[in-house]
Design a protein around this ligand. Structure first.
Ligand SMILES: Nc1ncnc2c1ncn2[C@@H]1O[C@H](COP(=O)(O)OP(=O)(O)OP(=O)(O)O)[C@@H](O)[C@H]1O
Length: 271
């Protein structure tokens, strides 16, 4: 009796989340071609918090801009997909510094993305109300950006991003301009807010502490041209508390190890 033909396996299924293969980005400048990103491959599982650290100029922002579709790769593939549908994947970005409209109130700034998408009024009311509450801004809903501190303005940006309810968040050093106390408070708030939704996040930072505190995985990059140097899994359970983490010896060891890996790259750029 003939045996049944073996089942052919074709292309392996690409998992939901963000998959990047052999990504390269070069820029043409007056002084020649600059390779900003050199052969980067990575996978960010859907619903995970992925942090990227690396020396200044190693291509972190360029990577996030390509993931968000704001810049096209010179070569390589980017695949961003959801597990529950084939529809388009939406994203929100949070940048360092101010990205608020100065002529709009806190409420209108936070509602901006939803209003642009013509979301129903009830959705805007519920979503914006919820995230202003989560970020401690309810009392300031009618204030204008110039009436707020830097930390409060950055909270509005975060409330706006979450109110938008995207599939993916791209965050490019959102807390780098803040003082230490505000940074810690906002990290704590970001963790609380994210743990509620568990959306996919790609978060760029210069701070190893911040990468370890927030991330499920930390990608360490080489100095320019930016390549993947190491990927580190962060084992701390969730929900996490920023201050509790700092008390754990394993936290200190992890930061020490990552710094060891990053130091040569940073020293190379400083030389
Ligand atoms: N539009 C552009 N034209 C030419 N060169 C560019 C352009 N954008 C970025 N670069 C160069 O690409 C390299 C990577 O820049 P990028 O901003 O991605 O680095 P980064 O790691 O985010 O830096 P930082 O940590 O200082 O913000 C740098 O050398 C930068 O000068």
């Amino acid at each position: 009796m003939p045996r049944p033909a073996p089942t052919m396996t074709t292309e392996p299924a690409i998992e939901a989340g963000i998959t990047v293969r052999d990504l390269v980005k070069t820029f043409s400048t007056d002084s020649g071609t600059v390779t900003a990103v050199d052969n980067v491959s990575l996978h960010v599982p859907e619903g995970s918090f992925f942090t990227i650290v690396g020396p200044s100029g190693c291509g972190k922002t360029t990577i996030i801009r390509m993931l968000a579709g704001l810049e096209s790769p010179t070569s390589g593939q980017i695949d961003v997909r959801k597990s529950d549908s084939d529809g388009p994947v939406t994203n929100s970005m949070v940048f360092q510094g101010d990205s608020l409209f100065p002529w709009m109130t806190v409420w209108d700034n936070a509602a901006y993305g939803l209003a642009m998408r013509r979301a129903p009024r009830s959705v805007i009311r519920d979503q914006v109300g919820h995230y202003l509450d989560k970020t401690g801004l309810t009392k300031f809903a009618k204030a204008y950006p110039h009436q707020l501190s830097g930390g409060m303005r950055q909270r509005v940006s975060i409330a706006r991003a979450f109110a938008n309810d995207p599939d993916v968040f791209y965050m490019d050093e959102p807390f780098s301009a803040l003082d230490e106390q505000n940074k810690t408070i906002l990290q704590e708030e970001l963790l609380r807010t994210w743990e509620e939704s568990r959306k996919t996040v790609v978060f760029i930072t210069h701070s190893v502490d911040e990468a370890v505190t927030l991330g499920d995985q930390v990608m360490i990059m080489t100095a320019r041209p930016g390549r993947v140097k190491t990927l580190v899994d962060i084992p701390f359970e969730r929900p996490r508390s920023v201050l509790e983490l700092r008390r754990q010896p394993e936290y200190g060891e992890m930061i020490y190890d990552i710094w060891g890996s990053l130091k040569d790259e940073v020293m190379g750029t400083a030389a």
